[in-house]
Design a protein around this ligand. Structure first.
Ligand SMILES: *Cc1c(COP(=O)(O)O)cnc(C)c1O
Length: 280
């Protein structure tokens, strides 16, 4: 029985299952221990199954925005063009983030703003990639929660690869809820947050990295950030570790929630989500 009887019928925060709440009530263990590293390794494997990737999935303290901002600033090549696509509130946020870092990284931010409620326009994206051969990164929202609209990020991934540009996908309300197979679609960086389809309270964000994204991180010289520098998180993740004190209770609980999703199976979880959405 949940501790309270609030019913959350929002895209997020979503209702947290009792088994996940109970895990958060356990005594805290220290994070610089083998016990923590074993839990963290299990969590990462669970997230890789949900992201459908063989690559690393970083767990970062903060909300979804923290993780997306970290991806944007860490993967944009200083002095290059970046492309940000918006057809709603969250796409506009990623345009603002690039604007924020532009003066510190000498970025040219090419903003594609399209009608709210319409999917990201593939023709305009292709044109922008052609017009800006130095584009290093494009940011696109998979499921734009503010308008309940999904975009064809698989097609955007293809275009990005053809133009040697990295793709960062906001999967904050798609990962776990509907298909977004990271490796199969060729997504370089996939981001989500803990409080949406992953059934955890707010407080963690996740960043999946493909090979091209890892190569970019390894080639970076300086970044105008410390905590949000993904190179630090990647280096620690290679040792089943995190660079800074993590929210241990949330990490433990996320492992339980991932196990629940993976025990049911991703396809069955997605089908269940669709059934509930259709009923509402
Ligand atoms: C909720 C949401 C965000 C913001 O996530 P926070 O965890 O609130 O920072 C970003 N993008 C989409 C599509 C969302 O649904």
């Amino acid at each position: 029985m949940p501790a309270d009887r609030n019913i959350l019928l929002t895209p997020g925060p979503t209702a947290v299952p009792p088994a996940v709440l109970q895990e958060m009530a356990l005594p805290i263990i220290h994070h610089r221990t083998k016990a923590f590293q074993a839990i963290f390794a299990d969590l990462t494997r669970g997230l890789q199954t949900i992201f459908q990737t063989a690559g690393p999935v970083l767990s970062i303290a903060g909300s979804g925005t923290t993780s997306f901002e970290a991806a944007q600033l860490s993967l944009a090549k200083p002095g290059s063009t970046v492309i940000s696509v918006a057809g709603g509130k969250f796409g506009e946020r990623w345009q603002d983030v690039f604007d924020t870092y532009a003066p510190y990284m000498q970025l040219k931010n090419v903003k594609i703003s399209h009608a709210w409620g319409a999917p990201a326009p593939l023709d305009e994206i292709e044109q922008a990639l052609k017009d800006h051969p130095d584009a290093s990164v494009i940011a696109v929202v998979h499921s734009e929660t503010s308008t309940a609209t999904a975009s064809d990020v698989q097609a955007v991934a293809k275009l990005a690869q053809q133009h040697d540009c990295l793709l960062i996908v906001d999967g904050i309300t798609s990962v776990g809820a509907f298909a977004c197979p990271m490796d199969e679609w060729g997504i370089d960086c996939l981001v989500t947050g803990s409080q949406k389809a992953l059934m955890l309270p707010p407080g963690l964000g996740y960043v999946g990295l493909g090979e091209r994204a890892i190569a970019r991180l390894k080639s970076v010289d300086k970044l105008p950030a410390y905590n949000l520098d993904l190179r630090k998180w990647l280096k620690s993740a290679e040792k089943n570790d995190v660079p800074f004190t993590p929210p241990v209770a949330l990490i433990r609980a996320q492992k339980v929630a991932c196990d629940m999703i993976n025990a049911l199976g991703l396809a069955a979880t997605q089908a269940r989500t669709h059934k509930l959405a259709d009923a509402s």
